[in-house]
Design a protein around this ligand. Structure first.
Ligand code: GDP
Length: 616
């Protein structure tokens, strides 16, 4: 038995949804956040609390079909049902409604769905071994069942054809020509609009219609309505553009604004030169040198010639739609490039599978469009992974906390020698230049010389910063607590907590870090990692988070929620660790270090990084 079946566009519009059991929580929104936005499209199933979600894509039209059922009671027919519904929907509903019509009404599809569910259930029952116990199927409500046999439908429409599995006489299968004709009509009607901007344009065109959220100045929030009608789910979660939409500007404008706000960040006069990211550049062109991707004067450079990969795609021109076999060799090559650029192997695999899943079935129209589509898909996937989904603006967070009693606390953790203390000092310099009073808490009470190193930094940093230390051998959590108390008394704005470097497998030290975090509840827990690492980055982060989870007693343990990536100046174009780290944690890169001076701190420019990764 299934609990829910939904059909929605990748842009966020729920076209049709049937709910059999009230769903607890919002598993579809979780699916979108943790699979679609993080580019794990190659997955086709995931479990969220008590539910399992299974889905299939229709890439050409950008549609996603999701079935939700109880994890403990997996019906045998869900895969079949997804295929049946997808094929039927594309064949019939797309042609009937044109999909882009804001008032498109999919109520009629409900009876078709009942039939398809019937078929899938029957086929599963027929193919189940007589003795075996299949999951019980929920009896359908009478009104939801359409008893017209599928044979009748076949006669009526003439569109139902055989599925490839031999001997399955009443199988409804894809009629390729009809599906392709409908796809073409749909794509013609949709024009060149991006799927991601489709929601907003649809929404704006018909404010007040039941299918569309309002377009007031308040950002629109979609609420999933259940039942047979076409409905919507949380638009914010489904928005594939980088910023949230308002009615003031179009999606592209908002995305640009978002980038400026969160990626290029707050600009302080003294810091214009220091933290200013490079110009956003169009990476479509490919082939250009990337020397102008300047993180200051120290940029990562590509020494490799372009070409090779995309020429393969030219050979695919004229194919009606891309298959996995067509794409595999190219994807393998691209994966190797990602690995060569330091993306962890596992993550490169997952990412390429996701890109593959988003391209499979797409029609390649011309030689030009092949390379453009492939490049675009890769660019989109990497951009989605790297684009922060929450604010990275710590200045705004500090400002919001100011005068509310407790200073803003950032704890820095990581393995030895990665640049924790240096990054802490750089961050301090950044905050001092923004007018904040900073206390540094010397909580590396383990490594000889750690306190003295911080004392030297404090001297160099000058006014506005104070060191709080209790020497060596003390409980780091207690030292941090004392420092925070003192900072509160003296009305410091920020406390930066330095911690001892520790290997991810060192249990006693991981336990001590967990205690420090649990006792002192920092506003941010930054993981400092080197940009040089490949697979090890994933191992470090996974184990840090696992240990933090294990050693905190809270049901909601504090985990790493920001990354500082150091030594970017030493890696040439091997920028892949950034992808691995963000993919592993889902947490943003707050700063990158590009040298040993206090000024060598930057915010990540996603576009330049993606460009460097795509430089083949
Ligand atoms: P910790 O043990 O993690 O606290 O590491 P430190 O802060 O002591 O830094 C270790 C070394 O890395 C020092 O020599 C720093 O100067 C150097 N370092 C830190 N950040 C960067 C960076 O962004 N680029 C370069 N090239 N070196 C860095």
């Amino acid at each position: 038995m299934i609990d829910q079946f939904c059909i929605f566009e990748r842009g966020g519009t729920v076209l049709w949804c049937r709910t059999y059991e009230a769903i607890k929580g919002d598993p579809v929104a979780v699916l979108v956040r943790s699979v679609l936005l993080e580019d794990r499209l190659s997955q086709t199933e995931m479990s969220i609390e008590n539910y399992t979600l299974q889905w299939t894509l229709e890439n050409q039209l950008g549609l996603i079909f999701v079935v939700i059922f109880q994890r403990q009671l997996p019906p045998a027919y869900t895969g079949d049902l997804l295929d049946l519904v997808r094929d039927h929907f594309v064949r019939n509903e797309v042609a009937r409604t044109g999909l882009i019509n804001a008032t498109a009404d999919f109520d009629q599809f409900s009876s078709s769905f009942d039939r398809l569910l019937n078929i899938a259930e029957r086929r599963a029952a027929d193919s189940a071994p007589k003795q075996s116990r299949t999951a019980p199927t929920r009896p359908m409500k009478k009104e939801n069942r359409n008893q017209i046999s599928f044979e009748k439908e076949k006669k009526k429409t003439g569109h139902i054809v055989q599925k490839s599995s031999a001997g399955d006489a009443d199988t409804a299968t894809a009629d390729d020509d009809i599906i392709n004709r409908n796809r073409e009509a749909f794509l013609r009607a949709r024009g060149s609009k991006k799927v991601g901007s489709n929601i907003s344009s649809r929404a704006r065109s018909k404010p007040g219609t039941s299918d569309v959220s309002t377009t007031s100045a308040v950002p629109r929030k979609k609420i999933m309505r259940t039942g047979n009608k076409a409905t919507r789910i949380d638009e914010a979660a489904l928005d594939f553009s980088v910023g949230k939409l308002t009615d003031e500007a179009d999606a592209d404008g908002q995305a640009q604004k978002f980038r400026e706000q969160y990626l290029d960040g707050e600009r302080n006069k003294a810091f214009d030169e220091i933290l200013d990211s490079d110009e956003e550049e169009n990476i479509e062109g490919g082939g250009e040198d990337i020397d102008d991707d300047n993180y200051g004067s120290k940029s990562f450079k590509s020494s490799q010639p372009s070409g090779g990969l995309f020429s393969y795609f030219k050979g695919l021109a004229g194919l009606r739609s891309l298959t996995r076999a067509d794409l595999k060799p190219v994807m393998d090559k691209f994966r190797d490039e990602l690995v060569a650029k330091n993306v962890a192997k596992d993550i490169a695999d997952k990412l390429m599978e996701s890109v593959m899943a988003s391209l499979e079935g797409k029609t390649m129209e011309s030689m030009t469009s092949v390379s453009t589509m492939v490049r675009k898909a890769l660019e989109d996937a990497l951009t989605r992974v790297l684009t922060p989904r929450q604010s990275t603006d710590i200045l705004a967070e500090i400002a919001a906390k100011k005068g509310k009693g407790r200073p803003y606390i950032i704890t820095f953790c990581g393995v030895n020698g990665v640049g924790k203390s240096t990054s802490l000092a750089k961050t301090c310099f950044y905050l001092l230049n923004h007018g904040h009073k900073v206390m540094i808490a010397a909580c590396d009470t383990f490594r000889a010389g750690a306190v003295e190193q911080l004392r030297t930094h404090v001297k160099c940093l000058g006014r506005g910063v104070e060191l709080f230390d209790r020497g060596y051998g003390k409980d780091a959590a207690a030292v941090a607590a004392d420092a925070i108390r003192r900072a509160k008394e003296l009305q410091y704005d920020v406390v930066l907590v330095d911690t001892a470097g520790r290997m991810q497998d060192n249990e006693p030290l991981m336990r001590a870090l967990s205690k420090l975090v649990e006792v002192n509840r920092p506003d941010r827990l930054f993981f400092v990692g080197e940009a040089l690492v490949g697979n090890d980055a994933v191992d470090q982060l996974t184990k840090f988070n696992a240990a933090l989870t294990d050693h905190q007693s809270s049901a909601r343990p504090r985990l790493i929620d920001g990354i500082v990536l150091t030594k970017f100046d030493t890696i040439d174009d091997k920028v892949g660790a950034a992808v691995s780290m963000v993919y592993t944690t889902g947490q943003p890169i707050i700063f990158i270090g590009i040298g040993q001076t206090y000024m060598d701190l930057r915010k990540l420019n996603t576009k330049s990084l993606v460009k460097a990764l795509l430089k083949l």
